[in-house]
Design a protein around this ligand. Structure first.
Ligand SMILES: Cc1cc2nc3c(=O)[nH]c(=O)nc-3n(C[C@H](O)[C@H](O)[C@H](O)COP(=O)(O)O)c2cc1C
Length: 207
């Protein structure tokens, strides 16, 4: 059994999982990964009626929070916005008394139809994915959380099964390394994508 230093909560949001190719592959095996709680928000709350106390309790029980989702309109699917609006209460997540999330790590793990080339200042989408996620990064900052560069799978429509499998391996490797405290957090926070140079960010062994 692995020595799990940190507990990871994967908040998964895909409103049409039956049509998913990439996220469906990325989540395969997460439910049995040691130290990981896999939480499918649309499955649990198909009508978006979020149980705030339960979600706050789950957040308290974990050290790392991963928001895994397809990129929808340069942002998250709706349930993750509803989740933020309801669960991150004043006096709990932020404000003078709100310290519940302090010191925890937040990571977006997302899939995007657009290629990496279109997500830059000169590209069609004008901004990097990380810049487009600024509201989430700033929310993390307000709550005293440490925000890492997102894990991004670009160009989803053009990926074949073998390429998707490589992304799944990188993603699982990253989660295991985060769990086991083998990630250079400063490098991961500075990057544009955490998976652009994953070998530089993930160490093979603890020291
Ligand atoms: C409602 C909707 C909005 C989307 N918005 C974007 C977007 O803003 N940027 C982008 O790159 N892809 C966008 N896409 C494409 C999805 O991100 C892509 O289909 C998804 O990540 C593929 O993952 P999956 O196989 O798990 O569904 C959008 C798709 C839908 C259905």
């Amino acid at each position: 059994m692995t020595d799990a230093h940190r507990k990871i909560l994967v908040l998964f949001a895909h409103p049409a999982l039956q049509k998913s190719r990439v996220n469906r592959a990325l989540i395969r095996g997460l439910d049995v990964m040691d130290g990981v709680t896999f939480h499918d928000l649309y499955e649990r709350y198909p009508r978006l009626e979020i149980d705030v106390r339960h979600e706050q309790e789950l957040l308290l029980q974990h050290d790392i929070v991963v928001l895994q989702h397809p990129f929808y309109w340069y942002s998250t699917p709706a349930i993750l916005k509803e989740y933020q609006d309801l669960v991150l209460e004043h006096g709990w997540a932020y404000g003078r008394e709100g310290r519940a999330l302090r010191g925890k790590i937040l990571l977006n793990a997302l899939t995007a139809g657009g290629s990496e080339e279109v997500y830059c200042a000169q590209g069609r989408n004008r901004y990097t994915v990380r810049r487009l996620l600024a509201p989430i990064e700033q929310t993390a900052s307000l709550c005293g959380m440490r925000y890492l560069a997102p894990f991004v799978v670009h160009g989803t429509h053009a990926l074949d099964a073998a390429e998707i499998e490589l992304h799944r391996r990188d993603y699982h490797r990253l989660l295991e390394a985060l769990r086991d405290d083998r990630v250079d957090l400063d490098a991961a926070a500075r990057a544009t994508h955490v998976n652009a140079d994953i070998d530089a960010i993930v160490r093979t062994h603890t020291h």
